[in-house]
Design a protein. Structure first.
Length: 135
């Protein structure tokens, strides 16, 4: 079951510059910066009420973020929804005809398991499912 919008992912060319912009915009500092090696991305998170903004900078030429910026420029990359049980939600969406970009959840940033839904399945919007990893 989808619980809420967890965060909006924003592709940026330079995370340091973008952090300064969002610090001024939101009036708060980034609470976490994290490199996700499996996705070739550097992330930075800001809290906005109960939701978050995730800035994403590609760390290599073959990073999905680098490729996204080359095609579309900087901007909103994805909408992430928090789910209770990611594997159950993945099965439900697959049964409903959505195309998932992986068969199993991956380790993502901010202590989350993640899976993406192909934009062609969701009116051109890349959707991320994320579940908090219980410690």
């Amino acid at each position: 079951m989808i619980k809420k919008i967890e965060h909006l992912g924003i592709a940026v060319k330079n995370i340091t510059d973008a952090n300064a912009v969002y610090h001024k915009l939101l009036g708060t500092e980034s609470y976490k910066t994290e490199k996700v090696e499996s996705e070739n991305v550097l992330t930075s998170f800001f809290k906005v009420g109960e939701s978050k903004i995730e800035l994403l900078e590609g760390t290599s030429a073959d990073s999905p973020i680098t490729k996204f910026i080359e095609k579309k420029g900087e901007g909103i990359h994805h909408v992430a929804f928090e789910v209770e049980d990611i594997e159950t939600e993945m099965r439900r969406l697959k049964d409903q005809g959505f195309t998932l970009l992986s068969d199993k959840p991956k380790q993502g940033a901010d202590n989350k398991l993640i899976c993406f839904v192909h934009p062609k399945s969701a009116n051109g919007v890349l959707i991320e499912l994320c579940q908090e990893i219980k410690k």
